[in-house]
Every structure is written in structure tokens, then in C-alpha cells.
Design a protein around this ligand. Structure first.
Ligand code: NI
Length: 155
């Protein structure tokens, strides 16, 4: 396991589209392990592979719910319902948070580290994480969607 460097907003890699994973091998497992370690170390709830400079459709999420650590390979959102408007941030832009409109409920299909197909349904923070992280795989950043930035505080 190793901590990976998280790229910051402004890095062109974050604007590129990631490619599908076709090999479910040890390289993928190492990437997933390192991404999870990096996410936990940074205190985040989600991390997408482009944020560590790897343009592959790989995401890790842990919103501290019953799902535990989710490893999503080739994730695709297949259904959305409702709306929520909450504060969001990104490990590629620490300390900067803004309000983003997202679906209230999101259904996502993905493969696990062995290539097996899985379906998850998330609400609240998990629904937001599904959207935020899959956006990363398409070069889209939450800042593109913020309609109001959090006010600066001095405490
Ligand atoms: Ni992010």
C-alpha cells in the first residue's frame, strides 16, 4: 500500500476522459488499495483515479455507512430521482466548498475488483458521491456545477 499524490484543480489530467478498465488484475487491485489508503489519509469520502493521475474508470467511496468501502470499476449511473442541494468539496481543492444540485437518489452499476457486476442505490451523501466521482471520470469537476460558494469563515 502506498499514499498517492492527489492532483489539484488546474492540472489538465483532471479534465481528461478516463478509459474503461478491461483487465481485473493485480495492477488494478494495487491501484484500488492505494486509492483507498490515500482517500482515508486525506479524510475524504471519495476519490477517482484521475485525481491520482490514472485515467481509468476507477472510483473508491466510503461515506461511513453500512456499505463500508465501495470499489467501483467502470461505474455507470443508470437512474436518478429527485433533487438535493448540499455543500460539496473535493480532495483536489481542499478547503473550498460550494453548493451543488444533485439527484436525491442515484442507482449505479459497476464492476468490483474481480470484474463482477454490482448495483448500488444511494441517497443523501452517497448519491452525491456517486455523481461527483463519476463526473471526475468524464473530466467534470464539482466547481463547474457550484451555484453558490460557501462563505469564508475566520473561525
Ligand atoms: Ni472530487
Amino acid at each position: 500500500m502506498a499514499l498517492l499524490e492527489i492532483l489539484r484543480f488546474g492540472n489538465e489530467i483532471l479534465r481528461q476522459k478516463s478509459t474503461e478498465v478491461t483487465e481485473f488484475d493485480e495492477d488494478l487491485w494495487t491501484l484500488l488499495d492505494d486509492m483507498a489508503e490515500t482517500m482515508y489519509d486525506a479524510g475524504g469520502v471519495g476519490l477517482a483515479a484521475p485525481q491520482v493521475g490514472v485515467l481509468k474508470r476507477v472510483v473508491v467511496i466510503d461515506v461511513d455507512d453500512d456499505h463500508g468501502l465501495l470499489e467501483l470499476v467502470n461505474p455507470v449511473i443508470t437512474a436518478i430521482k429527485g433533487k438535493q442541494h448540499e455543500l460539496e468539496g473535493c480532495l483536489s481543492e481542499p478547503g473550498k466548498n460550494g453548493y451543488v444540485e444533485r439527484p436525491a437518489k442515484v442507482r449505479i452499476k459497476a464492476q468490483n475488483r474481480y470484474g463482477k457486476r454490482r448495483v448500488y442505490v444511494g441517497t443523501g451523501l452517497l448519491a452525491r458521491a456517486f455523481c461527483h466521482e463519476t463526473d471526475h471520470l468524464n473530466g467534470i469537476l464539482f466547481a463547474d456545477k457550484v451555484d453558490k460558494w460557501e462563505e469564508e469563515k475566520c473561525d
